[in-house]
Design a protein around this ligand. Structure first.
Ligand code: NDP
Ligand code: 8X3
Length: 252
């Protein structure tokens, strides 16, 4: 039987690349995000390749919407085998005394609370079948911190802690949990962080060959397709020129 994967934040970056990778490999894919047009376009693109796609248009921060939409999945889409908690963002980059509190709330509400709402809705479906695999997209910013990264790093440290906690809680339910911790990857991430400032966003990746969204999709696919007795609990992936969050060998 075809496996079902649900990916939050499939309208761009890692989520979109992951949806394409799994759809091309015969999975049924549930794609989610706030930008409906992009979901529609992706649904068309994948369906044209013969994939079965369900597109769900919601904001992970809206607790009751998340519960309602996931709670009323059609029967043929309920048996979710893989959940990728990917939707997330950084907004702003300032010292802690100057940060914008609205930006902080957006990051915490999306990266931490949104991930929890989705997990709380999907995990019982997996527990009832005694089977499943949850991927949480954290970051190397979930293992280390950097100047001006304060709240984003804290939100990703929370994701890292939740991955470890979920692994323990769901051990007896035969549900694998994998924490993915990418470093620099050129997606729309920096454009969002710098609120549409293209020049500043481009500069983040100056002098390097950053990760591509497809690199992250490939490792998720690899982890998801290991033998049943193997679980990768954590996977850190950076561009070759990046050793830690702050040590890079840029060619500038
Ligand atoms: P992108 O900005 O390219 O994609 C982010 C995705 O998240 C979009 O599909 C967006 O969809 C979705 N999203 C954001 N907020 C919400 C929300 N409130 N509700 C639903 N969906 C939402 O960034 P990336 O692909 O790079 O980021 C994906 C994840 O990877 C994030 O969690 C990020 O923190 C993490 N990460 C990124 C790294 C990088 O360097 N790029 C490195 C390490 C981790 P829409 O706007 O349509 O809702
Ligand atoms: C994104 C990677 O280093 O920009 O999580 O925080 S970083």
């Amino acid at each position: 039987m075809e496996k079902i994967i649900m990916i939050t934040g499939a309208t761009a970056g890692f989520g979109r690349a992951t949806a394409i990778k799994f759809a091309e490999n015969g999975y049924k894919v549930i794609i989610t995000g706030r930008r409906k047009e992009r979901l529609d376009d992706l649904e068309k693109e994948l369906s044209a390749k013969g994939a079965k796609v369900l597109s769900l248009n919601f904001d992970v921060r809206k607790r009751y919407e998340v519960e309602d939409i996931i709670g009323s999945l059609p029967d043929e889409w309920k048996n979710i085998d893989i959940l990728v908690n990917n939707a997330g963002l950084a907004v702003g980059m300032d010292h802690i005394d100057k940060g914008n509190i609205d930006d902080w709330e957006r990051m915490i509400d999306t990266n931490v609370k949104g991930l929890l709402y989705v997990t709380r809705a999907v995990a019982p479906l997996m527990v009832s079948r005694n089977s499943g695999h949850i991927f949480n997209i954290s970051s190397i910013a979930g293992k280390e911190v950097y100047e001006n990264g304060n709240v984003y790093c804290a939100s990703k440290h929370a994701v890292h802690a939740l991955s470890r906690a979920m692994r323990i809680d769901m051990l007896k339910d035969n549900i694998k949990v994998t924490n993915i911790a990418p470093g620099f990857a050129e997606t729309e991430f920096s454009l969002v962080r710098f609120k549409g400032d293209k020049e500043r966003a481009k500069n983040v990746y100056k002098g390097m060959d950053p990760l591509k969204a497809e690199d992250v999709a490939d490792v998720i696919f690899y982890c998801a397709n290991l033998p049943a007795h193997v679980c990768i609990n954590e996977l850190e992936i950076t561009p070759a020129i990046q050793a830690t969050v702050g040590y890079t060998n840029r060619k500038i």
